[in-house]
Design a protein around this ligand. Sequence first.
Ligand code: NAP
Length: 355
Amino acid sequence: MLFFDLKTAVSALQVVIPIHTRSLFSIRKVSQYLPPLKTYFFFTQPVIKLNNGVDMPAFGFGTWLAEPGVVGESVRLALKCGYKHIDCAAIYENEPEIGNVFGPLFSSGEYNRKDIFITSKAWVSEFKNIEGACKKTLSDLQLEYLDLYLLHLPFETENGVNIGYNAERIQKAWESMEDLVAKGLVKSVGVSNFTILKLEELLKHSPKLVPACNQVEAHPYLPQKRLHAFCKEKGISIMAYTSLGNVNRPSMFKYTCEDPVLLEDPVVKKVAERNNATVAQVLLAWALATGFGVIPKSVREERIKENLDAIKVNLSAEDLQEINSITIRHRYLDQNWALTPGQKAEELWDGEMLE
Ligand SMILES: NC(=O)c1ccc[n+]([C@@H]2O[C@H](COP(=O)([O-])OP(=O)(O)OC[C@H]3O[C@@H](n4cnc5c(N)ncnc54)[C@H](OP(=O)(O)O)[C@@H]3O)[C@@H](O)[C@H]2O)c1
């Protein structure tokens, strides 16, 4: 009976207290004596509290490279499996198909719009037209508002030509992002692929809104410790992308000839075996335990489920320490297209290329 009460107490706590990934950890420590989390009656997923008080589900679903004809079904499956956060972007060129799924699911009442957190991003060609870009995404996704809207990269193109990073223009684009919140088109705004230097530049001008989130590549080969510490200090959450090391991305997105295969890393494999989990689950559990949100992408039902089950993987301090001692450093998406003449990749990333 005591056991039942303890279980109920933990479940109730999870409902009334927003669970930061950190506090989820302490709850997990109690819960190691209890049955798997999924059996809890009131079990909710980990959330990250954004700097404006909004709860962002820490476990999301990625949609990049999910092809037309497939992406809609994969989003439907993800929602059915229990994902509460869908990560989109105009440049993925699949928002209309995702909208064809969202539209009927929300209008029929099958899902409550308030229960699903939806992110999208303004592409680098649209920074002078942020409101237009946002409205186009809203129309494509068949939504009235976005939960989170990001500047996709700190670089820009004009008339199809790469013009790199320009602090003043980014500043203006950010002001347009703030206006979207005032107009009720989006609930929160953030950035993506911003380095410490670029965030410092943005914050230097005392913006009305501090970015709620910085979406960046992060995994054991690119743990981004310095950026993470900086963001934490400034109240900017980190959403990790390419957590599984997207080695299957098409060659046009591969800038280096040899990718180390994260899903075959021997240290992560050992930790996975010890935890009776898959390597993908351990990579995602590592990110959550580190304090990052995650947005793994898959178009296969079994992997969509497998990935979400990572929230039940409880890595020990020893597991985390072993993974954190990996010394390989690799950035899968180095965004070399944004290099301006004579610029080196290290400069593009302000020295954070391999951190
Ligand atoms: N802000 C940015 O600049 C930016 C950049 C990149 C990505 N993102 C976002 O982050 C999301 C995730 O990143 P990502 O798509 O680059 O990479 P990812 O999620 O790390 O990896 C996706 C790849 O891994 C495969 N995969 C998925 N689950 C697996 C599993 N359990 N076991 C083995 N393989 C598995 C997928 O194949 P199948 O589909 O065939 O399963 C796909 O090829 C994107 O979809 C996008 O929403 C944002």
